[in-house]
Design a protein around this ligand. Structure first.
Ligand SMILES: *[C@@H]1O[C@H](CO)[C@@H](O)[C@H](O)[C@H]1NC(C)=O
Ligand SMILES: *[C@@H]1O[C@H](CO)[C@@H](O)[C@H](O)[C@H]1NC(C)=O
Ligand SMILES: *[C@@H]1O[C@H](CO)[C@@H](O)[C@H](O)[C@H]1NC(C)=O
Ligand SMILES: *[C@@H]1O[C@H](CO)[C@@H](O)[C@H](O)[C@H]1NC(C)=O
Ligand SMILES: *[C@@H]1O[C@H](CO)[C@@H](O)[C@H](O)[C@H]1NC(C)=O
Ligand SMILES: *[C@@H]1O[C@H](CO)[C@@H](O)[C@H](O)[C@H]1NC(C)=O
Ligand SMILES: *[C@@H]1O[C@H](CO)[C@@H](O)[C@H](O)[C@H]1NC(C)=O
Ligand SMILES: *[C@@H]1O[C@H](CO)[C@@H](O)[C@H](O)[C@H]1NC(C)=O
Ligand SMILES: *[C@@H]1O[C@H](CO)[C@@H](O)[C@H](O)[C@H]1NC(C)=O
Ligand SMILES: *[C@@H]1O[C@H](CO)[C@@H](O)[C@H](O)[C@H]1NC(C)=O
Ligand SMILES: [Cu+2]
Length: 577
């Protein structure tokens, strides 16, 4: 029934009026909902020149736009996106936080659920929204192409359903990104060859612009015009490749009302910390003397000895009306780059709204308890081509540094029962328990093993994962992201997880529902979810360097009994390897 608009989009001009007649007929026939039927978008991936920091380079874009187009959907909607690759590189597209019930085929991570779309190729992706409401985003999911290939997804409540807060007067995505003067493929290739940390970025961006404090940027700084007395919804997205960021608005507090497309209890804060992958919706009340004020973001980076981009990106909150503005906008206070207390203090205060209209469903009895250690590793190698110091950095989950398949994606191998692409022996716990967060850790623990192992989960299993950060080669945060499901963050702490004491302090009443959680440096986070989405789902750290070093694995959630518990068949064509 809902094919009409979709067809109209694809029609040759001469056919359009015919389609229009058909549409009118359907509308007159009372099929009014047809009007809001399947939205169709075309994402042409192509290189385009962009000038930032006083120099121009070609970047990969969608439709020539940077950031890419914002998608507007309603809760529970299904849309179709044609990804057409007119760039010289492989590409895949991921809809971050969209659960795609029973339909992993459109999820996007390369060689996990699909082979990349090659230059000249295309892929029609069905994007199935369910209970997500608020803000999500889409981004490329191949190599480091997501550096410039990303955009916002705005998910509005269904008609007749209100926001659980006063309707804001305005509503704007605020996408935090990261910019390198060099071509991102050069940065990536050098990173792979060297075996060391990658070069840090040259600036952060807000909606693609570095802001006033960065050379050659001032005239294009992003500005948000506000009326005194009104309230605006800022849909914050951290699209940076490598860094957790602090964000704040000068002279204004903001009220957090949602994260990862799930509502939270209102939380008033001076600043917030947002990890790559995460979205945070905040209300900004324009209640200060009319003037211009900076909003700003800068890094939170706690790994000792690791370089970081120390720049601050800014945008401007500009009050409308007649007044004489101060000569320069004032900058907000942001915590220092290594202020771990400030970061975890914010993250740890998020709570689900959990009211009558937004009930929560935290699994209480767990039949699949998992314990995953997250480590940065180092291994030595004899030849000089292997790394700067005959050693390379790596990363692992439960001491396995994940090797991405190249011949075929895991989903295809699973669906068609093809052997030899992946193994199903991902362990439930690390090979050895030791003082994971000790100041110094025996060198014998630094070398990871290598493998392509998944953990198979029975349909409807109730899963708990203790993510334990380690200090193996370097202690740092790991923003862990799971595809195809959201999870409740029921607890977190510093040091080693204590299986006897810590569970007593779990929050099973109003834990936040997220798709990305920053596991604290030398600390732990515990999440719970029900495995009710059959398919192959990627699990990984959202810091791109850790992902590339192997901090990844995948879940295969098996089909259950009954029609709603079955994976749907693949679309007519998937990109070939
Ligand atoms: C990385 O940084 C080093 C040191 O500043 C520089 O020599 C090199 O050219 C940089 N490489 C890239 C790809 O930016
Ligand atoms: C940032 O780092 C650069 C290079 O290390 C240094 O020259 C500069 O002073 C630093 N800026 C700030 C604001 O700390
Ligand atoms: C943060 O860095 C500053 C300057 O490098 C240092 O003095 C301070 O001890 C560090 N704080 C923490 C908590 O590591
Ligand atoms: C966390 O934030 C609250 C509220 O701003 C403050 O009272 C508390 O002292 C903070 N704690 C830490 C460890 O920074
Ligand atoms: C050098 O080491 C790298 C990484 O361990 C390996 O991939 C490569 O095959 C080695 N080359 C030679 C010539 O041994
Ligand atoms: C190589 O080793 C030297 C000496 O141990 C050290 O100073 C340097 O930081 C190392 N470089 C890398 C890239 O690990
Ligand atoms: C683990 O290491 C930390 C940091 O060195 C230390 O404070 C703690 O006492 C150690 N725990 C145990 C059980 O040895
Ligand atoms: C990881 O596995 C490697 C290879 O089997 C082993 O040498 C190393 O000790 C293990 N490390 C840990 C922390 O289990
Ligand atoms: C899965 O759990 C849901 C309730 O959480 C239940 O309604 C459903 O019947 C279960 N499905 C199967 C196949 O066990
Ligand atoms: C692009 O994808 C194809 C198909 O999987 C693969 O064979 C090729 O090596 C990829 N190219 C690059 C540069 O990664
Ligand atoms: Cu990580």
């Amino acid at each position: 029934m809902c094919v009409c608009v979709f067809v109209a989009n694809k029609m040759m001009p001469i056919m359009r009026s015919l389609a229009f007649q058909a549409l009118k007929f359907l509308l007159l026939g009372g099929f009014l909902y047809c009007q809001a039927s399947v939205q169709h978008h075309t994402f042409v991936v192509k290189n385009a020149p962009y000038k930032r920091l006083c120099s121009t380079k070609k970047i990969m874009t969608v439709n020539g736009q940077f950031p890419g187009p914002t998608l507007y959907v309603t809760t529970g909607e299904t849309i179709v996106v044609d990804v057409i690759n007119k760039s010289p590189h492989n590409i895949t597209m991921h809809w971050h936080g969209v659960k795609q019930p029973n339909y992993p085929w459109s999820d996007g991570p390369e060689y996990i659920t699909q082979c990349p779309v090659k230059p000249g190729g295309q892929f029609r992706q069905k994007v199935i929204f369910s209970d997500e409401e608020g803000t999500l985003w889409w981004h490329a999911h191949s190599d480091w192409t997501r550096a410039t290939v990303y955009g916002a997804i705005v998910i509005k409540p269904k008609k007749g359903t209100a926001y659980p807060y006063p309707t804001p007067h305005g509503d704007v995505p605020i996408i935090l990104g990261e910019w390198w003067k060099k071509d991102i493929f050069e940065v990536f290739d050098e990173f792979k060859t060297s075996g060391a940390d990658p070069n840090v970025s040259d600036a952060y961006t807000i909606n693609g612009q570095p802001g006033d404090l960065i050379p050659c940027s001032k005239s294009d700084t992003f500005k948000l015009s506000v009326d005194y007395g009104k309230t605006y919804l800022l849909r914050l997205i951290n699209a940076a490749l490598q860094d957790i960021l602090f964000f704040s608005v000068a002279n204004h507090q903001v009220t957090v009302v949602g994260t990862d497309a799930s509502y939270t209890k209102p939380l008033r804060v001076d600043y917030l910390a947002i990890s790559p992958g995460q979205t945070i919706d905040v209300l900004l009340e324009a209640n200060q003397p009319p003037n211009h004020y900076y909003m700003a973001a800068k890094v939170y980076s706690s790994a000792s000895g690791v370089e970081y981009d120390n720049t601050t990106t800014t945008a401007i909150v500009q009050y409308n009306g007649n007044y004489t503005p101060s000569s320069t906008p004032s900058l907000p206070y942001l915590p220092s780059f290594n202020d771990t207390a400030a970061s975890i203090n914010f993250t740890g205060r998020l709570r689900s709204l959990a009211d009558d209209n937004h009930p929560i469903d935290v699994p209480r009895s767990i039949n699949t308890p998992l314990f995953f250690t997250l480590s940065v590793n180092r291994y030595t190698c004899e030849n000089t081509s292997c790394g700067t110091n005959q050693s390379r950095l790596a990363a692992s989950v439960n001491n396995i540094s994940f090797q991405t398949p190249t011949r075929m994606d895991i989903l295809k191998a699973y669906y068609n029962q093809i052997n030899g692409v992946y193994g199903d022996k991902f362990p439930d716990r690390p090979p050895v328990f030791f003082n994971f967060t000790a100041d110094s850790i025996p060198v014998i623990y630094e070398t990871p093993s290598i493998g392509t192992e998944v953990r198979v989960l029975k349909y409807n299993s109730t899963v708990e994962i203790v993510f334990q950060g380690t200090n193996v080669a370097a202690g740092t945060e790991h923003p862990m992201h799971i595809h195809g499901t959201s999870f409740y963050v029921v607890g977190w702490g510093l040091g080693n997880f204590d299986k006897d004491k810590d569970p007593l302090k779990y929050n099973l009443v109003d834990p936040p529902l997220q798709n990305t959680i920053a596991v604290p440096k030398n600390g732990w986070s515990v999440i719970r979810f029900k495995a009710s989405n059959p398919g192959v789902w990627f699990v990984h750290c959202h810091l791109e360097r850790h992902l590339s070093w192997g901090m990844q694995m995948a879940f295969i959630i098996r089909n259950g009994h009954g029609k709603n518990a079955q994976m749907l068949p693949p679309p007519p064509s998937m990109p070939p390897c």
